[in-house]
Design a protein around this ligand. Structure first.
Ligand code: GLN
Length: 496
């Protein structure tokens, strides 16, 4: 097993984003030297990690110089993270770098506008190091569906860094970037975080703008932060969240003070906090014992920090996976229709002899990988006349039950906890024969997407069998994202 690609123990790369920001703002370090150090780390390690699809060194350094100039002129930092660089999942559109969604379909395409998240990063003075790898159009759990090869886990290069946001998690876990942005439709921020010993948060639906984030399943997708500490994640959450007039599903509510919550939690005291353990997400066939042992140890730790543990019953969660894998492909099959070989990116067979329909069909056949095609077929089938009631509508009923089970659980618990994944990071190819086995890997993360709630994965040690990272999932009700940070920071402090 190789650990050479985990974060260096000393030097600039070992600092947290909060520490880097402090040194940049006090002028002990410049944003340029910090940004350059991460660019060097990428150049040194990305041949093997494959975390980035595009590195924008020049643009990142120009953004860093702008921050340095403004700080040298005595101006206040544009944000708490001004000057600290970031890795951005290649699902957010950017005007100064290509956006591919890890698909051949979008190869060479440049967006005419920036996503709202991209704009907020720029306005906050956060240099964008580059665009990170993912499963094609965020469909998958390992980045093996990327058209550009998978990202490798910094803890063991023969294993996945998770998915769909494996590029971001590999970058953060290896010290290529102190901060990262992902998207989470069914777990794509939390699951890669768990598999790489990092922190990842899926904010409440409607609180981070989806404008300019290429849609997978619009009622489930949400952008969110990744980092190595809960506080860094909170600082980034604060930058990207908040109402946006360009996103019709954006909720017009102030963002809870997640930074204050993380700082409060760092004291480690959980007295009076009621933590629910979900009966349905606590083991079963195919679960790795070391993951269950870590979960048990995590729950004991929470108890020792003063939390009160209650068991909660969420019977509908046993059907949540099936419902997700109907709703998700249904919405996706409709969203992906815009990539037709006419408007964006790849066009195949347009030689003057073929009809538009033929060109569309040839372009889509050449541009999309097998998993994307599978989901288009699944989704189109579930939405078709005659099957709509039996599949799509039935799945929506389960979705309602999931939301009700969560609501009932939150009557007795302030937060819920569960493992994030049934096993640690798997080896490449482990699920290549049966895609449904890969889908099963998402069983703990996707319920809260169905209900539009928020969740965090926070490091919870290493499994005994393979010494690979394990995460603890913390979940909270809608718009109570601050609870995640309070409990997450307390858990993190308690582990030290
Ligand atoms: N693995 C899940 C899927 O394939 C989740 C993906 C995501 O969150 N983008 O749909």
């Amino acid at each position: 097993m190789s650990t050479v690609y985990t974060v260096p123990g000393e030097g600039l790369l070992s600092l947290t984003a909060a520490e880097l920001a402090e040194k940049i703002h006090s002028r002990e370090l410049t944003s340029r030297e910090v940004t350059q150090a991460f660019l060097d780390r990428i150049a040194e390690t990305d041949g093997e990690l494959n975390a980035f699809l595009h590195v924008g060194a020049e643009e990142a350094l120009a953004a860093a110089d702008a921050v340095d100039a403004s700080l040298d002129a005595g101006e206040k930092p544009a944000s708490a993270l001004a000057g600290v660089p970031i890795a951005l999942k290649d699902l957010f559109v950017t005007t100064d770098a290509p956006t591919t969604a890890a698909s051949k379909m979008l190869e060479g395409w440049m967006s005419p506008y920036d996503a709202t998240v991209t704009v907020r990063l720029r306005e906050a003075g956060i240099p964008i190091l580059g665009k990170t790898n993912l499963d094609e159009f965020a469909m998958g759990s390992s980045t093996e569906n990327s058209a550009y090869g998978p990202s490798h886990n910094p803890y063991d290069l023969e294993r996945t860094a998770g998915g769909s946001g494996g590029g971001t998690s590999a970058a953060v876990a290896s010290g290529q970037a102190p901060l990262g942005i992902g998207t989470d439709t069914g777990g794509s921020i939390r699951q890669p975080a768990a598999l790489t010993n990092t922190v990842g948060v899926k904010p409440t639906y409607g609180t981070v703008s989806r404008y300019g984030m290429i849609a997978a399943a619009s009622s489930l997708d949400q952008g969110g932060p990744s980092a190595r500490t809960v506080l860094d994640t909170a600082l980034l959450h604060q930058v990207i969240a908040g109402p946006d007039k360009f996103d019709a599903t954006s909720v017009d509510k102030p963002v809870p003070d997640v930074v204050a919550a993380a700082k409060e939690g760092a004291g480690g005291d959980l007295t009076g906090v009621k933590v629910g353990v979900i009966k349905q997400l606590s083991g079963g066939a195919g679960w790795q014992q070391g993951v269950l042992d870590r979960f048990q140890a995590g729950v004991e730790q929470l108890t020792s920090q003063g939390a009160e543990i209650v068991e909660v019953d969420c019977p509908s969660f046993s059907e949540a996976l099936a419902a997700y894998y109907l709703i998700m492909p249904s919405e996706f099959s409709s969203n992906i229709a815009r990539f037709d070989g006419m408007r964006y990116g790849l066009r195949v067979g347009d030689d003057g002899t073929r009809s538009a329909d033929e060109v569309m069909s040839l372009s889509r056949a050449a541009g999309f990988g097998p998993e994307v095609k599978r989901r288009i077929i699944l989704g189109t089938y579930a939405l078709s006349v005659g099957y709509y009631d039996a599949y799509y509508l039935q799945a929506q009923r389960v979705r309602n039950l999931v939301a009700r089970d969560f609501a009932k659980a939150y009557e007795v618990a302030d937060v819920l906890v569960s493992p994030v994944t049934p096993t640690t990071a798997f080896k490449f190819g482990a699920f290549s024969k049966d895609p449904v086995e890969m889908y099963n890997f998402d069983l703990c993360t996707l319920p809260l997407n169905l209900a539009g709630l928020c969740g965090m994965s926070v490091p919870n040690g290493f499994a005994a069998e393979d010494d690979m990272p394990v995460g603890l999932q913390i979940m909270a009700p809608a718009f109570q994202d601050d609870r995640l940070y309070r409990v997450g920071a307390a858990f993190e402090a308690g582990r030290k």
